[in-house]
Structure formats: C-alpha cells, structure tokens
Design a binder for this molecule. Structure first.
Ligand code: SF4
Length: 298
C-alpha cells in the first residue's frame, strides 16, 4: 500500500470524533443514557485518557481526582439499573430479533440447532431445506442409518457425529415421545446430541418457554465483556445470567446478544464506536472508549 493511503482506524484515545458523533446521534435517537464508573483499573492508561477526554475542561481536574479517590469503591456490573440499561440498548439495536435458523416446526429447529454446532447459521440454512425436502418427517429421519444422512450434512462439519445425533434423536422422539419433540428440559436433554444450549433454543424459540438462556460463543464473549459474568464455562455463565436478567427476557436477551456478537461486538476489533452499550461497557479489548477500561473485564 502506498505511503499515506492507510485506512483510518478508531482511536483508543477516545478522540475519534467522527465515530463519536455517529454514536452520540444513535444514542440520542435511542434515548439510552450511559453511566460513569468508579474503582476501575485502566489498561495502559488509554481508558483513563479516554474518560478524561470526555470530561469538560473546567471540571476535568476535580473529576479525575474524585475518580482516583474513589478507586476501589463499589462499581456493581450487575446492578439492576445497569442491567436494565443494557437490555434497553439491546432492544433498541435489535428489535424483534429471533433465531436465525430457518425452521417450520420444533423438529426442524432441533435438527438445525444440532447442525449449527461449530458451523454458521448461513451454512445450516443452506443445508436444511434440502434434507427436510428429502426427509419431511421425524419418522423419515428415524428410519435412516446415520451413514445415509452424512453426505447431505457434510458441509456443516463434524458430520458423522451430527448424523448420529440427528438420527438418534429422531428415533427417541418417535419411540418415546409419540413423534413430538418434548417441551420439558429434562426430556430434551435425554435426546442424543442435545445439551442445554440446544434445549434452550428449542424451548425459548419454538415453545416460548423461558427455562434458561442460550449460551453460545457470542453470549459467552459479550457477557464477559459486559462483566455480567466472570466465568468461561457455559453452565456457570447461564447461572450468572439467570440471576441478573429478568426471566421473561431470557430468550429475547439470548437472541439479541447473539445478533450483537455477529453485527458489532465481534470477537476481534468490536465496533464500539457504533455500539449503544459503549458508555456502559468497560471491556479491556474495546476499540474505542469514553469510559474507563477495566483490565479484568474480557
Ligand atoms: S466491547 Fe464494544 S461493541 Fe462490545 S459491548 Fe462493549 S462497547 Fe459494545
């Protein structure tokens, strides 16, 4: 690339004015207000500099002093008020979102979710119309040998295990549940290839039951960035989220966070300048910040 032609990058100093204007306009439209924080550590000082840059010049010195004096005092990342603002921001960003896996029944959703492990929803959505045309009912799947299904689902990866799970689940649904996907967590978990994540997708999306939260790679990453959990294990993350998110929001929250992980809060270089949660977020790997960075937030 010729010298002088490198693309502009968001500034970690908080002086990315164009980006700030975009976020401020979006925030104003959404009516989401942010928060200040106390007692946080900074990463390489950039977060503190960013926080200072957003403080009016006259009050800069006293505000920074106050912040230093209060270091170590209570910032509660799971306070009901903060959680409410996070939910409001997600609602504004992703109104009415639902599961991205195309399906027409609980069985189709169950199969699609099994196939989505380690695979994109886009790829799964290319495969499922073909297999559901070929095998329209759960009984059709139950009659298959896993080897017969393998070629059709090969492109989703781990196709041998997935074929075994889908055919095994179909046989059990037919043999023990009268051909109907069960609506209870324990029964769903008894099906081959079904763990809590898959069960929560089916229960929340198809049966509209808020029994738990879907914890996938996006929910794991964003819950940790937003300091709603410190855990890395799905079961513990789900338990933490169940404690702080109102139960009636569990399914919607899961879907919104998954969409957030695809659109803005991506794994590398999250698009913080466009994020309505920016003033609430102190994640260590933010790309742009008006608030202090918490070095222990991931
Ligand atoms: S890391 Fe960035 S994109 Fe993700 S929630 Fe925080 S501010 Fe938003």
């Amino acid at each position: 690339m010729p010298r002088g032609n490198s693309p502009r990058q968001p500034s970690r100093s908080g002086r990315h004015e164009g980006a700030r204007r975009v976020r401020e306009v979006t925030l104003k439209k959404a009516g989401v207000s942010g928060e200040t924080t106390k007692g946080s550590r900074t990463k390489g000082g950039s977060g503190a500099r960013a926080a200072q840059s957003s403080i009016p010049a006259k009050t800069k010195s006293s505000a920074v002093k106050k912040d230093r004096s209060s270091r170590g005092s209570a910032f509660d990342p799971t306070s009901p008020d903060r959680v409410r603002k996070i939910i409001a921001g997600l609602d504004q960003l992703y109104p009415g979102v639902t599961c991205a896996l195309t399906h027409r029944s609980a069985w189709e959703l169950l199969v699609a979710t099994i196939l989505s492990a380690q695979c994109t929803d886009v790829q799964v959505n290319l495969v499922t119309p073909i297999i559901f045309k070929k095998y329209p009912t759960v009984q059709d799947f139950a009659r298959l040998e896993p080897e017969q299904l393998q070629p059709d689902i090969r492109s989703t990866g781990f196709f041998r295990n997935k074929a075994k799970s889908v055919v095994g689940a179909a046989r059990k649904v037919v043999a023990e549940f009268g051909g109907n996907v069960p609506e209870e967590m324990d029964s769903l978990l008894s099906l081959p290839g079904v763990a809590r994540k898959t069960a929560n997708v089916v229960l929340g999306t198809w049966f509209k039951k808020n029994v738990g939260l879907v914890v996938d790679t996006h929910v794991t990453r964003i819950s940790r960035r937003l300091e709603l959990t410190k855990h890395e294990e799905a079961k513990k993350i789900e338990e933490d989220l169940m404690r702080v998110i109102p139960q009636e929001r569990w399914t919607d929250f899961s879907h919104e966070v998954i969409w957030h992980g695809r659109k803005l809060c991506v794994a590398r270089n999250p698009k913080c300048a466009e994020c309505l949660l920016e003033t609430l977020c102190h994640a260590a790997d933010k790309t742009w910040s008006t608030v202090e960075i918490h070095a222990d937030a991931r």
